[in-house]
Design a protein around this ligand. Structure first.
Ligand code: LRH
Ligand code: MN
Ligand code: MN
Length: 388
């Protein structure tokens, strides 16, 4: 008998996870970027690869772009290409971290010329969103300082608010500004948007269509991330997730690989807070596949999210509420853990098969010949990479 009720299955059927275009390009560490055979040479090929993930899982209907990494001549054409492949274009990510001018800051910079350039980059991103049909502009800032005394942290915070106000004013109805935080890197002493509280303070001052992005790899070790999820949902400000997993810092490994239990706990709070399958909370991946094959890496990732969602939906919330009300600590914990320890993989495989999807999407992709085809076809060109 299936462990998953029809109600749980219909909730799972509605799940959609956005893929990052950059997961399909080559990436690495500051020590080495290894080339992977078959890697896309342009945004069109990245989208074609992303569409394979959706084809084998029905879980990944949209692709996020990063500008300028995914710069093209004609975004309406790129949009048509995506739709032809059965996916849509999603979040537009701005990029103010790879231009020489931004060495000492972008949206926080004290030099008005540099700050204007960074603001105008975001205007350009909004123009692109109009063409791609994207709703969200996601901003992550690599800004901060390395040495105490180097910068006026307060002045930078004030300039950031002013910059964001200008960008926010440029959005059209229905578009959102999503501000991502990260506790360190590339700056090592202070970071201008280091935590959810700063991101929240900055977006709350803008308006309803400004929200926070929580990247699961952007916290100090030991942080209770599900608490932050709960709080942002409670405040109506959780706009999106960048899912990935980490052992040490911003590792960008496959979501659920390092700590499946943490992923379970996060998704449980999403469900508790009404954020699952809510249009207000975008589920995205933000990962890099430095040494493994990229398309199967993304397939594994979306399956991990689906699996932990299924387990989190299995928590008997009524029984949990009773145990909590009775202060029955061990019973409450046991109810929670019972769901986490339930192996839903056979039930998910049956359900996939019943919907005309492969029981085992990893194996089906492997047998499809697509990987061999791109490895043969894409030789000789310049492979797109993280930052290219
Ligand atoms: C920063 C970050 C941010 C960027 C992406 C490439 O570490 O998480 O989301 O856009 O990596
Ligand atoms: Mn991120
Ligand atoms: Mn990151």
């Amino acid at each position: 008998m299936s462990t998953l009720s029809p109600e749980i299955l219909s909730t799972l059927e509605a799940q959609g996870i956005e893929l990052p275009s950059w997961a399909f390009g080559n990436s690495g560490t500051r020590f080495r970027v290894f080339a992977t055979p078959g890697t896309p040479r342009d945004p069109y090929e990245k989208i074609a690869d992303a569409a394979q993930v959706h084809r084998f899982t029905a879980l990944a209907p949209s692709v996020a772009l990063h500008i300028p990494w995914d710069k093209v001549e004609d975004y309406a054409d790129l949009r048509r290409h995506a739709e032809d492949q059965g996916v849509t274009l999603g979040t537009i990510n701005s990029n103010t971290f790879q231009d020489e001018d931004y060495k000492f800051g972008a949206l926080t910079h004290h030099d008005e010329r540099v700050r204007r350039k960074a603001i105008e980059h975001h205007f350009e991103c909004i123009d692109i969103m109009d063409e791609t049909g994207s709703r969200d502009l996601k901003i992550w800032l690599a800004e901060g300082s390395n040495y105490p005394g180097q910068n006026d942290m307060r002045g930078r915070q004030d300039r950031l608010q002013d910059s964001l106000q200008q960008i926010y004013a440029h959005l059209t109805d229905g578009q959102r500004l999503v501000l991502e935080y990260k506790f360190f890197e590339p700056a090592f002493y202070h970071t201008d948007v280091p935590d959810w509280g700063t991101s929240y303070a900055q977006v709350a001052a803008l308006g309803d269509r400004a929200v926070v992005c929580l990247d699961t790899g952007h916290h100090a070790p030991g942080t209770n991330i599900e608490f932050i999820v709960m709080q942002l949902l409670r405040l109506g400000k959780l706009g999106s997730f960048d899912f990935n997993s980490r052992f040490y810092a911003d590792d960008d490994l496959i979501v659920g690989a390092a700590d499946p239990f943490q992923l379970f706990r996060i998704i449980f709070e999403v469900i508790r807070g009404g954020g699952l399958n809510s249009p207000d909370v975008a589920f995205m991946l933000d990962q890099c596949h430095n040494i493994e094959k990229k398309i199967p890496g993304q397939i594994r990732s979306v399956l991990n999210v689906q699996e932990m969602t299924a387990r989190a939906l299995l928590v008997d919330r009524e029984a949990l509420a009773v145990a909590q009300a009775e202060n029955d600590v061990l019973a409450a914990n046991a109810i929670f853990m019972d769901a986490f320890y339930t192996d839903v993989r056979p039930a998910l495989a049956d359900w996939r098969e019943a919907r005309g999807l492969p029981r085992d999407p990893m194996a089906a992709f492997g047998a499809s010949g697509y990987q061999e085809k791109i490895e043969a076809e894409r030789v000789g060109g310049v492979q797109a990479g993280w930052g290219a």
